[in-house]
Design a protein around this ligand. Structure first.
Ligand SMILES: Cc1cc2nc3c(=O)[nH]c(=O)nc-3n(C[C@H](O)[C@H](O)[C@H](O)COP(=O)(O)OP(=O)(O)OC[C@H]3O[C@@H](n4cnc5c(N)ncnc54)[C@H](O)[C@@H]3O)c2cc1C
Length: 409
């Protein structure tokens, strides 16, 4: 579908008086929410280029984007590639229609970069599993109805081998979610406690004790998708928990425009930077940083095309996914530094009455998390070193010791 055809479709279908639920249903029926998904599952098997055209048309039309969130970023591709037919039929429609939001229940207080050290346990009980343990830094858990959970099912296996992957229902008594307050004032992520929570064996993805393979596949989808989606319209949270499904689209657009926007995309950042240019323009060094930002985005675009071509050829995202994550944080870092430099002393003030409505200052406080989220930049460099450059593997203490014998906090 071309840019013009998408604009025509938007002109015929956008209506400020319909609900978000109806808008997402229209987008999904027209296969416009996730153009690169397969035709059998709400997509149109679009090339990266076609998807870019479609996203650009939505961005230019200033209408709401399709559903966003970790469920569609990671949960759907993992279900498509590793789920059973029955799981696809059950989980993909609510994700595609935005009626369900998912979160990622991976990190624990003792298992972040070293995710294979997860100790949240799942024990078999007939057709169900009983879950006990804690997860942390779970983005959007409060608005999610399900979560992608990696849990230890065998403590006698080495740490990478005794893990199993489940899609767990969060709306049950054994699950407690506590928000964590961040230094930018938001409470984007949470602690999640499981006490005798239950998950059906039918909600397990892949074999028992094969969870590590599914976990790394999920992380690769996360990394390759993190920097996607420049343009594509105004984003709102998916899932009934977010409480927006039955609001009118016009109201949601007005609300999004009135609220202080915090750009997380290169395009948005570039225009925010342009809005605080000093009257005498940029000096040579600042111009160079602007060019660095532009080049970073172009290289990311080309890497995205390579990932897309690999996917078409049936290959999962590999080390390219890690380079995409580094492009993303690199762009954010350059923007942050240049933005604060352009603001000068104003950079110390926050609030809507500041230049660019305080966006850059807020961004300055939010940026450190980007280089940690989705696997830290250092860990991405390890992956690139090992998988793309063939360098010796990172030190792996205890690769064959049973997990229960590995000393841990
Ligand atoms: C905004 C945000 C959102 C997040 N959302 C989620 C989510 O939804 N779900 C979820 O499960 N988790 C989430 N996380 C958690 C995130 O995945 C972890 O924070 C991350 O994997 C790092 O783990 P850690 O915090 O335990 O740090 P550690 O692993 O303890 O790392 C500490 C430092 O040591 C470095 N380091 C560690 N190991 C190595 C190594 N082998 N080589 C070189 N350096 C190393 C790290 O780079 C880092 O600088 C989120 C984090 C952030 C910031």
């Amino acid at each position: 579908m071309t840019y013009e055809e998408t604009r025509d479709w938007i002109a015929k279908n956008w209506d400020e008086s319909i609900t978000l639920r109806e808008w997402w249903r229209r987008m999904s029926d027209a296969r416009l929410s996730f153009p690169r998904w397969p035709t059998e599952w709400f997509g149109r098997d679009a090339s990266q280029r076609e998807q870019n055209e479609i996203l650009r048309a939505f961005g230019d039309a200033d209408v709401l984007s399709g559903p966003t969130g970790l469920g569609v970023l990671m949960g759907a591709p993992v279900t498509m590639t590793h789920g059973t037919e029955e799981q696809k039929k059950r989980w993909l429609p609510p994700l595609a229609h935005g009626t369900e939001g998912w979160c990622q229940l991976f990190s624990e207080p003792g298992a972040g970069s070293d995710l294979a050290s997860s100790s949240c346990r799942a024990e078999r009980d007939g057709d169900e599993w009983v879950i006990n343990g804690q997860k942390i830094w779970t983005s959007g858990a409060l608005h999610s109805s399900r979560g992608m959970l990696v849990a230890r099912t065998d403590f006698d296996q080495p740490k990478h081998k005794g893990l199993t992957y489940f899609i767990v229902d969060l709306e049950q008594p054994g699950v407690e979610i506590r928000p964590i307050k961040q230094m930018n004032g938001a409470a984007h992520f949470n602690e999640v406690f499981f006490t005798d929570a239950r998950v059906s064996d039918a909600d397990r993805i892949s074999d028992v004790n094969n969870g590590w393979a599914i976990t790394t596949a999920t992380l690769a989808f996360e990394r390759s998708g993190l920097s996607e989606g420049a343009g594509g319209g105004i984003r709102v949270s998916a899932g009934k928990q977010a409480g927006l499904l039955d609001r009118e689209t016009g109201e949601l657009v007005r609300r999004a425009k009135a609220s202080k926007s915090h750009p997380d995309e290169h395009g948005g950042l570039m225009s925010t930077l342009m809005s605080v240019l000093p009257p005498h323009g940029l000096n040579v060094v600042q111009r160079q940083k602007m060019v660095d930002l532009y080049m970073n985005e172009r290289i990311a675009e080309m890497t995205r095309l390579r990932i897309s071509a690999a996917a078409k050829a049936g290959r999962a995202p590999g080390a390219e996914a890690s380079t995409m994550k580094l492009h993303w944080t690199n762009g954010l870092r350059i923007s942050r530094d240049l933005g604060m430099e352009l603001l000068g002393a104003d950079g110390m003030l926050t609030g809507n009455d500041q230049p660019a409505e305080g966006t850059i200052q807020h961004f300055f406080l939010s940026m450190p998390s980007a280089s940690i989220a989705g696997g830290s930049d250092e860990v991405q460099r390890n992956i690139i070193g090992e998988r793309a450059l063939g360098l010796p593997k990172d030190v792996q203490p205890d690769p064959s010791t049973p997990f229960r014998d590995i000393p841990r906090n």
